[in-house]
Design a protein around this ligand. Structure first.
Ligand code: HEM
Length: 355
């Protein structure tokens, strides 16, 4: 069955190639039990077109939203699995994942869009689609609608009724100050490899970063692995190591999902230590070089690793729930205390992250 699917994908890809540069990925990691490509075929047949239509129009007014949605899925999956836990609001006495430092720079507009999408989907199909699946599909569309590869997303995730602690978020989300050794150790917690690291980091081909996330490379002096002119320009954006400002992650094509991020690295114009060290470390350098000269190879490996990341520790079957509101666990859920947010919402604002 899997072999037939692969053959079909190769066929549709090669026929599509004649007409278009967009083409389905040729390989996919083995499916986790409980997920499949036709999960909502009868219960919500228009699910994907509802999401794509809404995002197409939203991205035309807000080009950064795509980056926000892609990062949201990553931050969901790495912490406690792709279970929508990052979407949950907390309270003052029980802060949610949103309040943890790496998540302070997740975009409020991305959270809001997941809720908007859910509203549209509930209207069309009732409450059958999980917030975790909506987040995975939104991330896929963020990539595809920004010029990147389109690919099929295995579906059937369910939502958690709990969120992770601050310490767990910090443990599982790598810091931009990490070198490759630290990054590999962090990714290994989720059974991800060196190939996954380099491919997934290609997500930095769109979006922005705050000065605090790369100030370690500017102060007290230039990180020697950084290009001189790039450094001078970044110092204009971030004149002091307290400056709150942002810059594009990919200096060449900041809003297009392409392989230029790797061209940046080869030219020593990567923004974070975690980016640039991949062109320093001998385990990752050849992969970076390969992607910098072969966009189709990058797209193929990115899709593989995204689908793999999207299946991390998922809740399926009768585990978890389908939330009525993506920001809160369902009323009456047995779990960890209060069922909805009653206190002050925390953690959805902009912040200067230096985690
Ligand atoms: C490998 C380790 C990674 C580290 C250390 C890292 C770190 C960061 C940091 C510090 C920012 C900037 C936050 C800010 O200052 O506003 C950022 C932005 C971003 N990251 Fe990553 N990231 C990693 C992996 C990923 C992965 C796997 C993806 C998706 C596949 C991803 C997608 C993005 C996107 C799209 C943005 C821009 C967000 C926006 O513009 O709102 N990152 N990342």
């Amino acid at each position: 069955m899997a072999a037939i699917k692969t053959l079909l994908l190769i066929f549709s890809c090669s026929s599509l190639l004649i007409l278009s540069s967009v083409c389905e990925a040729q390989t996919a990691p083995p499916l986790v039990k409980g997920l499949n490509y036709t999960f909502y075929k009868t219960t919500c047949p228009n699910l994907e077109s509802i999401i794509t239509k809404q995002l197409k129009s939203a991205f035309s007014n807000n080009s950064g939203l795509a980056a926000g949605l892609l990062r949201l899925h990553f931050h969901d999956c790495f912490v406690q699995g792709c279970d929508g836990s990052v979407l949950l609001d907390g309270s003052t006495s029980k802060p949610s994942e949103k309040a943890a430092l790496p998540n302070l720079t997740l975009r409020p507009a991305a959270f809001a869009m997941i809720n908007t999408l859910q509203g549209l989907i509930v209207k069309a199909c009732g409450r059958v689609v999980s917030c975790a699946d909506i987040t995975a599909l939104a991330a896929r569309d963020a990539v595809a609608l920004s010029g990147g590869p389109n690919y099929s997303v295995p579906l059937g995730r369910r939502d958690s009724a709990t969120f992770a602690t601050n310490a767990t978020v910090i443990q599982f989300l790598p810091s931009p100050r990490f070198n490759v050794t630290a990054l590999l150790a962090a990714l290994a917690l989720n059974n991800l490899t060196v190939n996954d690291l380099v491919a997934l980091s290609g997500g930095h081909t769109i979006g922005i970063g705050h000065c605090a996330a790369f100030s370690n490379r500017l102060f007290p002096s230039r990180d020697p692995t950084m290009d001189q002119t790039f450094f001078k320009n970044l110092r204009l954006t971030c004149p002091t190591n307290q400056t709150v400002n942002t810059t594009n992650l990919d200096v060449r094509t900041p809003n297009t999902f392409d392989n230029k991020y790797y061209v940046d690295l080869v030219n020593r114009q990567g923004l974070f230590t975690s980016d640039q060290d991949m062109f320093v470390d001998s385990r990752t350098k050849p992969i970076v070089t390969g992607f910098s000269t072969n966009q189709s190879l990058f797209f193929e490996k990115f899709v593989f690793s995204m689908v793999k990341m999207g299946m991390l520790n998922v809740l399926t079957g009768t585990n978890g729930q389908i939330r009525a509101n993506c920001s809160a666990k369902n009323p009456g859920t047995v779990g960890d205390g209060a069922w909805s947010v009653v206190d002050l919402e925390v953690g959805s604002g902009e912040g200067a992250a230096s985690y």
